[in-house]
Design a protein around this ligand. Structure first.
Ligand SMILES: NC(=O)C1=CN([C@@H]2O[C@H](COP(=O)(O)OP(=O)(O)OC[C@H]3O[C@@H](n4cnc5c(N)ncnc54)[C@H](O)[C@@H]3O)[C@@H](O)[C@H]2O)C=CC1
Ligand SMILES: O=C(O)C(=O)COP(=O)(O)O
Length: 527
């Protein structure tokens, strides 16, 4: 049984999908303390979270069986992604399911702020009629500055256009032409601060965006500006915002997110012109259904078929692409593994050459599979698609890739060159028919080897009787040969023999083979 722990409130539609899937056992256990989560995570293959659960390095260490963390939503600042990657745990989110909802919340916050709706509600309920005090202002023709023109920011800009606001955008990672093509003005951050009547932030929380709206930024803004933060707590510095509101520079602020959640006692709450919601940006029935269904499907597809969708720490390989490149991933993995066992000393460099008709195929997952195959026999801990590139980097292996459309003998050929201090080994492989994986070249030898199982790789002199002698030795030790491939050295007098045996060959038998006449070397391989 695959065990899934849901540790934050997940929409019913997602839970139902888990429950209805054969082979999946789902437990919903929300509100766990960090200690309790660490105590329980060891039983689970998958963890489903929203923004409350903190997936720390300790949690990942305790999650011995954990293969995937699925975030029903977008922000992943509560997950230690680097630690997950190192441990081979896939981290995935659902990047689109709640974007309209969150953008609508930002607009709702702007309207509520500008028309004092929360203050009006509170004062009425307290028996007052503060009609004069709570006069607001129009947003029509005012300038909205949007920081971050991603999925949510662009929807906010679009909705504001509908309110006949003028919208200026700052996003250093989006081409100004793209912003202009969407009908908005692209400006520098300083210009946005100088011109905007309202500023709404829609950036991820990163080192560079933490405290983005701080004292220095408030000092550059128009008097009476209003601020909305429906992105992440801490992007707007809470102490500096408090000061800017006290001084009157900032006339109002609407916060959905906080530096600490829940924020407990917060100085900002003393101010009348602060309005807030408890991280409700994504909390609509529609969005919660979208993200719950998406995360459940993504987790199930990863755990049952290996198809990775919306992962942030591994290239996604979805349905159709997997069908096309799956066999190449397989042959790449085996060739990597073969190369690791052929290597004479620590691997320094790996060159991957894709030759032939790979047009329109994203080969990144194949390269990752090759690395996984290469590293698995070399390191003690588990290497998978998630951590393979990182492990290679940490081991100082220089990886280079090239693709050419000039096919030689095969329409698709993958060649791996692995360099050590002792020299370089070259292994090439391909797919025959739909999915038959074959190694077709090892150094100077051409052959057609099915790279699987227990294999003896024997170099010998190409003389009559040499192969017979090897067979006799194995037979004497009751070792059955399943398959045999012989490759002849191009322009030489050596053979390479691959013997696939039903059982591993014991080391004393290997020694006996090594001492036989005409045998140059014997290398046992496990593929
Ligand atoms: N309040 C809530 O319940 C929700 C909050 N969010 C948060 O909303 C934010 C935006 O989410 P998405 O639009 O999906 O993200 P996204 O990744 O689609 O867009 C983010 C944009 O920010 C830009 N950006 C990055 N660094 C920047 C910088 N230093 N200055 C200006 N722009 C910068 C990027 O180029 C990108 O275009 C995230 O922080 C996310 O966690 C998302 C969903 C719900
Ligand atoms: O999707 C996001 O990034 C959100 O912030 C939504 O958070 P939540 O799932 O409502 O805790």
């Amino acid at each position: 049984m695959i065990k899934v722990l849901v540790s934050d409130a997940l929409g019913d539609a997602g839970i139902q999908i888990f429950e209805e899937t054969e082979g999946i056992d789902v437990d919903v256990n929300t509100g766990l303390s960090p200690r309790e989560l660490i105590g329980t995570i060891g039983d689970y293959d998958a963890l489903v979270i929203r923004s409350a659960t903190r997936v720390t390095e300790e949690v990942l260490d305790a999650g011995k069986k954990l293969k995937v963390v699925g975030r029903a939503g977008i922000g992943l600042d509560n997950v230690d992604i680097a630690a997950a990657t190192k441990r081979g745990v896939v981290v995935m989110n659902t990047p689109t399911g709640n974007v309209v909802t969150t953008a609508e919340h930002a607009i709702a916050m702007m309207m509520a702020l500008t028309r004092n709706i929360p203050q009006g509600t509170l004062s009425l309920k307290a028996g007052r009629w503060d009609k004069k005090k709570l006069q607001g202002r129009e947003v029509y023709n005012k300038i909205l500055g949007v920081i971050g023109f991603g999925k949510i920011g662009s929807i906010v800009a679009d909705r504001a256009k509908g309110l006949r606001m003028q919208v200026v955008i700052y996003d250093p990672f989006v081409a100004p032409e793209q912003i202009e093509k969407a009908g908005f003005e692209s400006v520098t951050l300083d210009e946005l601060y100088r011109r905007a009547d309202y500023i709404s932030v829609h950036v991820p929380k990163l080192k560079e965006t933490t405290g983005l709206l701080n004292k220095a930024a408030f000092d550059k803004m128009k008097d009476g500006v209003m601020i909305m933060n429906c992105a992440r707590g801490g992007i707007v510095d809470e102490d500096d915002l408090h000061e800017a509101m006290k001084s009157g520079r900032v006339a109002g602020a609407a916060l959905d997110v906080f530096e600490a959640e829940p924020p407990g006692e917060c100085r900002l709450f003393e101010l009348d012109r602060i309005i807030c919601t408890p991280h409700l940006g994504a909390s609509t029935r529609e969005a919660q259904t979208n993200v719950a269904v998406a995360v459940a499907r993504q987790i199930i597809s990863y755990l049952t078929s290996g198809t990775v969708i919306n992962a942030v720490n591994v290239p996604s390989v979805a349905g159709d692409l997997l069908k096309k490149i799956g066999p190449y991933m397989e042959v790449g993995d085996r060739m990597g593994c073969l190369q690791a066992q052929l290597a004479d000393g620590p691997v320094k460099a790996l060159t991957i050459e894709y030759t032939g008709d790979f047009k329109g195929m994203d080969m990144a997952p194949v390269s990752t599979a090759i690395l996984k195959g290469l590293l698995t026999p070399m390191v003690k801990y588990a290497v998978n698609f998630v951590n393979a590139p990182l492990v290679a980097k940490e081991m100082g292996i220089k990886v280079t890739e090239s693709t050419t459309s000039e096919a030689e003998d095969y329409t698709h050929l993958i060649t791996l060159k692995v360099g050590t201090d002792a020299g370089e080994n070259v292994v090439a492989g391909t797919i025959i028919g739909r999915s038959d994986i074959k190694v077709v070249k090892i150094n100077n030898f051409r052959l057609e080897l099915v790279p699987e199982g227990h294999i003896l790789l024997i170099f010998n002199h190409d003389r009559p009787g040499a192969i017979g002698g090897i067979g006799t030795t194995l037979g004497r030790h009751n070792i059955n040969i399943g398959r045999m491939h012989v490759g002849q050295e191009k322009d030489g007098d050596h053979n390479i023999i691959f013997l696939q045996t039903d059982t591993p060959v014991p080391s004393d038998v290997i020694e006996e083979l090594r001492s036989a006449q005409m045998v140059n070397s014997v290398t046992p391989l496990e593929l």
